[in-house]
Design a protein around this ligand. Sequence first.
Ligand code: GLV
Length: 321
Amino acid sequence: MKKSLVVAAHNLPKEGLEELYKHCQVVMLAKNASFSRSALLQKAKHADAIITHVEDRVNAALLRALPNLKIVANYAVGYDNIDLKAVQKAGVYATNTPGDLGISVSEHAMALILMLSKKILEGDRFMRSGKYKAWDPNFLLGNNVSGKTLGIVGAGRIGSILVKIAKAGFGMDIVYHDVVPNRQIEKEYGAKRVSLSDVLKKSDALSIHVPLLSSTRHLIGAKELNQMKPTAVLVNTSRGPVIDEKALVTALKAKKIAGAGLDVFEFEPKMAPGLAKLTNVVVTPHTASATIEARKQMGEIATQNILDVLVRGVKPRNSLA
Ligand code: GLV
């Protein structure tokens, strides 16, 4: 029997995809400078499934061009790149990869908080420039994280893991803002649900974990940044447009907050003008989920969703609609 065709828009790590290779014909499109959307349309013309990531826009036009398509397996937790209405209308399933990937992302958020609080990158740059001549007790003074207040905006799966790390590892007090209460983190870690304004005012470190929706676009802008402590650090590993990046640059320049750690950008892969020049900023190229463990699990989850549809003929386990 002819195997179903699965086209991945990126050159994915093979770990976690073993079963997919067993049951399907898998084609990977290495995404590089020469990759274009037309290559995806061309290579995936007869695809039964495609594997996409956040920068691959899945819209009505794409769906029209891929008439055999039965499932779009997003290789990500977030799925703001997928027009769910168009997918439903086309009778195609869409899935994401929730799972232990949350550990990788929350560890990354904690790493950014620590790097900013302990001025690790500034120290690293200083060392590499050969400027270290004598120890100076007043130099690069940061802030302890232990016993301080961590604020979470969006206390879902990833935010909750960060709460656990911050509480168990650093004894941080936790405040969070979410439209839905999270009783588990309240009970286990004493987290307090407060208004957005209070989370901004109380946090020494503020970490963003909301999905990108029309209600969360520019959730953090000039007005919100002005409410934060001048000693606070802001970390974003969710989606860039949740923060008004231009307003963030202005706030950082004016020392309205002490620093920012960003893994995602409003106009990714570009950074807002001026951001890269600031020393109180740590930036990473959307690598919060980049661990061997997380990638393997993302592959396994995407595989099982695709096999649900193409081999088992059932609704995929992580169906988004
Ligand atoms: C990555 O950004 C993800 O949503 O998994």
